[in-house]
Each structure stands twice: as C-alpha cells, then as structure tokens.
Design a protein around this ligand. Sequence first.
Ligand code: ADP
Ligand code: MG
Length: 274
Amino acid sequence: MLLELKDVHVHYGKIEALKGVSLQVDEGEIVSLIGGNGAGKTTTLKTISGLRSCSSGSVFFEGADIGSMPGHRRVLAGIGQAPEGRGIFPGMSVHENLLMGAYARKDDHSKELAEAYELFPRLAERRSQAAGTMSGGEQQMLAIGRALLSKPKVLLLDEPSMGLAPMLVQQIFSIIEEINRRGTTILLVEQNAQQALRLAHRAYVLETGRIVRSAPASELLDDPQVRAAYLGGDVGGGDTGDTAGAEGEAGKVALGKTAPETGKADGEDAPDAE
Ligand SMILES: Nc1ncnc2c1ncn2[C@@H]1O[C@H](COP(=O)(O)OP(=O)(O)O)[C@@H](O)[C@H]1O
Ligand SMILES: [Mg+2]
C-alpha cells in the first residue's frame, strides 16, 4: 500500500473538519474522493501533503508514519500536489512555474520537464507567457505539470475540473488517465462525481468529514443513492452538465442518513427503485 489514512481527525479551531477519515491508496491506482462542498476533501489532501496536521490519527506513506514530516520533505518523498485554486505564481512565466515544481530536487529534472511539455503542448506554446494571463484551463494544466516536476509517486489533484468548459474537462481527465498509465498513482478529489468515477478504479464518498461509502468506482456509478446524491440521478446520458452539480449539492446529505424506504421519492430525477 502506498498511502494510508487511519482514523484521521482534523480541526480548524473548534470546527472538526475530518471526523475519523480512513482511506487507502495502492500503487498504480486512481482513487477518487468525491463529496459535496465543505465535505472535507481539500482538508484531506492538505493533511496528506502536510499543510494541516492531524488532531489524532495517522498518515502512512510507503509504510512510514509521516505525521510529523514537514511538507517539503513529503514532496521529496514522492507526494505531489496540484492544489485547489491552482496556486500558480501569476507573475512568473509558464516555464518558471514548471521549474518551481522541481525546486526541492537535487537530481536532474529534464526528463520530467520534457514530459510536462509533451503532455501539455499548450504549455510549450506559451512557455514564456506570464502564468497569470493564462486561461483557467491552461492554469490548471500548469498546476498539474508543475506537480509532475517533483516526480511524484502519488499525485494529489484537488478538483482539476473546477470552472472548466466541458471540452477542457474531458481533456484534463484524459491527461490524468495518461499520467496514471505512465505509472503515477493518483488521488483525485472531485465534485464532478460522474467524470471522476468513470476514471477511477476505486472511490470514497466523503460527507461532512466522514467516509460514508467506499467501493469500486463502477459500483458507485451504478448505485442509486450515489446517483441521486451526486450524479443527478442520470448516468446513462453522460451529459448532465451543470445540473448534476446543482442536484448533487441539494442531495448531498442523502448518503449519511438512511434513505426512507417508503414515502414519496421527491424529485423528478430520483432513480427508479429497480
Ligand atoms: N481555513 C479554515 N478555517 C476554518 N474552517 C475551515 C477552513 N478550511 C476549511 N474549513 C471548514 O472545514 C470543512 C471542510 O472544508 P474543505 O476541506 O475545504 O471541504 P471541501 O474541499 O470538501 O469543499 C468545511 O466545513 C469548511 O468550512
Ligand atoms: Mg475543496
């Protein structure tokens, strides 16, 4: 096992954002963590990368407890992250931003640099452009490319599809798949559950700081409760677009509570019982 969280609790002051999260990521996998806004997805990634510390519980990487390891050492150990909101340096060029990804390394990074440009030809075209003047999608590519420069064993991605046009979302997801195919393990946080579940091998559902489901991704795609809560009740069409997100928000408490067996299934899009 590459990465493991055991009963992790994380607080912001008195607010308990993670209430005992346990999850595992094996080498070679794409594991997706889905959940609504405020569920604790970003906090989970920050706890793995060392930006937040656990109040209790443990984080293991390659079998070692890394709970007290500072963030920059975790990067060197092989934990790479493309953070929420991208976190690129707007005044620096695309090329300089990519090189920042390798700042902690002492070995040669030319192979990873070439690979980032190969995966994202758009970045190669714009290598001397100021990163802050790039489009949202290009900045997302840059954030992922920069994370690759640290030569990660596991790549943590925080909502890479956020704010992107559907065509670009497809592009980003297929590049993520390619990065995994080339050998990098991926932990993918997404509110875009449908896309994430199509890509992932396994997935966890997070609700208000707790894991409420864990299963092979294909199983969750077919699960009526998950469909109702996160997929807008329709996985067949494949084009639920923005409404899926809106309905996912509305239904995000559905899994934590026991769904009523009887009574009216409100909502036109509620999936059929069979
Ligand atoms: N810096 C912070 N200070 C206080 N509370 C925070 C902070 N960051 C996140 N939280 C709270 O922790 C919970 C989980 O947030 P977050 O991990 O960002 O969720 P998600 O990424 O799933 O939207 C939310 O209730 C949020 O309000
Ligand atoms: Mg978040």
